[in-house]
Design a protein around this ligand. Sequence first.
Ligand code: GDP
Ligand code: MN
Length: 397
Amino acid sequence: MNLHEYQGKEILSSFGVGIQRGIVATTPEEAVEAAKKLTEETGTGWHVIKAQVHAGGRGKGGGVKLAKNLKEVSEIADQIIGMNLVTPQTSAEGKKVHQVLVAEDVYYPGDSEPEEYYMSVLLDRANGTNMIMYSPEGGMDIEAVAEKTPDRIFTESIDPATGILPFQARKIAFNLGLSGKAFKEMSKFVTALYTAYLKSDSSLFEINPVLKTSDDNILAVDAKVTLDDSALFRHKDYAALRDVREEDPTEVEAKEAGLSYVNLDGNVGCMVNGAGLAMATMDLIKQAGGEPANFLDVGGTADAKRVEEAFRLILQDEKVEAILINIFGGIVRCDRVAAGVVEAYKNMGDMIKVPIIVRLQGTNADIAKELIDNSGLNVESAVLFQEAADKVHEVLN
Ligand code: GDP
Ligand code: MN
């Protein structure tokens, strides 16, 4: 589950990570109130108004702006709230902004220049550890840094059994080129950040930029936090942080039906049981000259109700020109799935306008094929993987 910047920062702060403070607002009036309150708390007269959407690159899209007085706070909030923010990470239509974070300006001048760094905490699957990835080249496109100057990106493996060790935090601060107070503050920051990642059961933290202020404090200015869905049961209070407005409506519907669904750009809808088989099926579709319209794992219990729900989800996608059902009957018997497909098809009546290819393999596959072939419906059956691919190819051409 992805969080908004302001929610991510609240979690960081609750574990003692230094953050750029802010208050969320949904109207220009609320934004002005928030700015006044921040001025009382922090003494700053300048504020940054930041669009809260689930996408990075907001600054580039005009979703992050500096306000030097309350009039500007109101004007900028008015401009950003309600806009469709287009960034390098959104679609061409962009994302509607429902709220802004009014944050204290932390780039004030002082004894030294503010400096921006990049830092993320994530899983290192290859090593079976957590990892802190960081770079002195923060603030900008980390992808560009990775491409042009990969030696400027450092990684530190953190063994989950020992947690982050003091020497590791110091090494990171050193590699970022810090000394004196900033060095100590960065060591504390890194340690707190790793603890927050672990305790919140997150699967990704991306803080870009981490800022060294002109008076040598270390703050998270941005926060992209992804919580591990499978651990949400341990954090009842985090469930309320979900903002379904930011999610794909079809994917939300799928989640509610207990299906694992990811919307893609192609023209062949697929319904499969098991994530591995779903991946193989997507490869098969590509090989047959199509493009998968979705990833859809109906799970172990492919009964009529689930098959029907899955059909509905796939059919909502107007790009779909054919549907491939590829089910392995291990736990669930093929004849039950076939009966489910036939029943769902009949229930959906004339909603289904595209050809359907069904490949059922495993327990009772022969009975299943007979059921499909004798149903009198516009459904083609296949036994072999290749046969299914050929039929997909046929209907697309
Ligand atoms: P992103 O564009 O979605 O990654 O949003 P960020 O939260 O990273 O903000 C984008 C940029 O806004 C940062 O890289 C900073 O350069 C700038 N910015 C953020 N906070 C402040 C601030 O307090 N003062 C000033 N002057 N600039 C800021
Ligand atoms: Mn950022």
